[in-house]
Design a binder for this molecule. Structure first.
Ligand code: BTN
Length: 335
């Protein structure tokens, strides 16, 4: 099912095919004629598509008369680059890529309402209106982060979607550790992932549901991967994996690891009666703030207290002078 098209169009699938072809012939120059024949385009179209790839940051040498070769391995989240890593998972078949879009969550929610299948993934190189929780925005600079929305159609009651969202945080945690086990991400309830007290990942989970039955859920994950700086208002609170580790990360590798670990968490939640308990336990083990932290909560008229773990539904508990209170949706800040 194609995504609705009132947004920017999806990236031309022929771009991915050119990249795949150049990777397959990485050591040689591939003629414009050969590429044209392989992707079913004219030589002048191939030139135009190569120019588009260069604008996306792909390092291609050559021109129509000499042929083309890749100077370095591109790190674009194109379906052709990701799909080979995702064979056999629910996320391998319906990958949608946008060069530039408002918000991948918005296009995913709209596609879901138009009938897109569970397991569809929506990725963008750049978002112009990336959305965070509540009124927040998500800074989404071109090709330096992962902006990914996964559409799921779980047979779950809406009350379990918080657990699913916490599981998405665990999926980010294990994907990062799988690639660099020296990095120790710290989960902050409900959906932030931090390194050294600064946020590098945020998750926005949205759903459409009846009272007792979820129709669909979109798990939107933003990861700051290779940013080398942030706008002044974010500098004290945001970081990227590159800033935290001093090295460039492969977005393709990380995104593939993320979707594979998200699928593991998702299947576990659907198939195992004890999965919710395991998610709650692992979340608490990987969070320095979910227990014993002095916090203020911006909910109703606001209150203060000390965090006291998660309840069985996944809500944060805070011990206050008046007793234990449950945080339902407010922002929680350390004091
Ligand atoms: C937050 O920390 O408040 C949540 C941020 C979620 C950002 C991601 S980026 C991909 C997806 N599309 C969006 O518009 N938002 C989410």
């Amino acid at each position: 099912m194609p995504a609705p098209h009132k947004h920017a169009p999806q990236t031309d699938a022929r771009l991915g095919r050119i990249v795949r072809l150049l990777i397959a012939h990485a050591t040689v120059v591939v003629s414009g004629t050969k590429i044209a024949a392989e992707i079913g385009a004219s030589r002048s179209e191939v030139w135009r598509l190569v120019q588009q790839l260069r604008e996306l940051g792909v390092d291609i040498a050559g021109h129509p008369s000499t042929g083309y070769s890749l100077k370095s391995m591109p790190d674009l989240l194109l379906p052709d680059m990701l799909a080979p890593h995702l064979h056999g998972t629910i996320f391998g078949k319906h990958i949608h890529h946008y060069y530039k879009i408002g918000s991948t969550n918005t296009v995913a929610m709209e596609s879901a309402s138009a009938g897109a299948p569970g397991g569809s993934v929506f990725l963008a190189e750049q978002q112009t209106a990336g959305r965070g929780r509540g009124v927040h925005q998500w800074h989404s600079a071109r090709s330096s982060g992962i902006y990914c929305s996964a559409l799921l159609r779980p047979a779950l009651p809406p009350s379990d979607v918080l657990i699913l969202s916490l599981a998405a945080g665990l999926a980010v945690h294990s994907a990062v550790q799988e690639i660099d086990s020296r990095v120790l991400p710290d989960l902050k309830w409900p959906n932030d992932v931090l390194i050294g007290g600064k946020k590098f990942c945020g998750i926005l989970t949205e759903m459409n549901a009846e009272v007792t039955r979820v129709r669909y859920v979109v798990v939107g994950i933003g990861i700051n991967v290779n940013q080398s700086s942030f706008p002044a208002d974010l500098q004290t609170v945001a970081t990227s994996l590159r800033l935290a580790t001093g090295t460039e990360w492969s977005r393709v590798e990380l995104c593939a690891a993320l979707l594979k670990s998200l699928e593991r968490e998702y299947r576990n939640l659907l198939e195992n009666a004890d999965a919710a308990n395991s998610i709650l336990r692992r979340f608490q083990e990987r969070s320095s703030s979910v227990r014993g932290q002095q916090v203020e909560v911006e909910e109703n008229s606001g209150f203060e207290g000390v965090t006291d773990g998660l309840d069985s539904r996944g809500f944060l508990q805070v011990r206050t002078a008046e007793g234990v209170r449950t945080v339902l949706s407010g922002t929680v800040r350390p004091r």
